[in-house]
Design a protein around this ligand. Sequence first.
Ligand code: INI
Length: 158
Amino acid sequence: MPRIIEGQFDAASNAFAIVVSRWNSFVVDKLLEGALDGLRRHGVAEENITVAYCPGSFELPLVVRKLADSGRYGAVIALGAVIRGATPHFDYVASEVAKGVSAAANASKVPCIFGVLTTDTIEQAIERSGSKAGNKGYEAAMVAIEMTSLLGNIDKLD
Ligand code: INI
């Protein structure tokens, strides 16, 4: 039998940071609700949850990186919604935030979770923020919990 390493979903002893982009707040507020619900339901205490707000999704990576580097959190969750408009702006913002959150995780060695919607329409964003296609914020919280546990279990290997 191989040795299996995986994460568990009991998060009670870990602290989490959530970074929220203020753009498209009617959608992102729902992602935040979903993320908070996911953390609370898995035993994370209020005092172990920090929420930081930034102007737009483009700004998420820097804040995520700074929080990850602080060493205070088991994982950092980035929440935002980039919705395609009539100009190429969407492509620049969506690409930079995805690369930036990933780079923050790799540089800090702290899981930095990409809970950013990148959609063609407002309807698609609404669907993914608590209606028929689930809640990406809740999913991001689950990934944060699993990754924190997984990395902790790797640290405990003998
Ligand atoms: N930021 C978003 O989070 N979502 C968007 O849809 C968006 N659009 O479409 O422009 C957006 N732009 C702002 C951007 O994230 C930065 O805050 C801005 O460019 C200043 O750096």
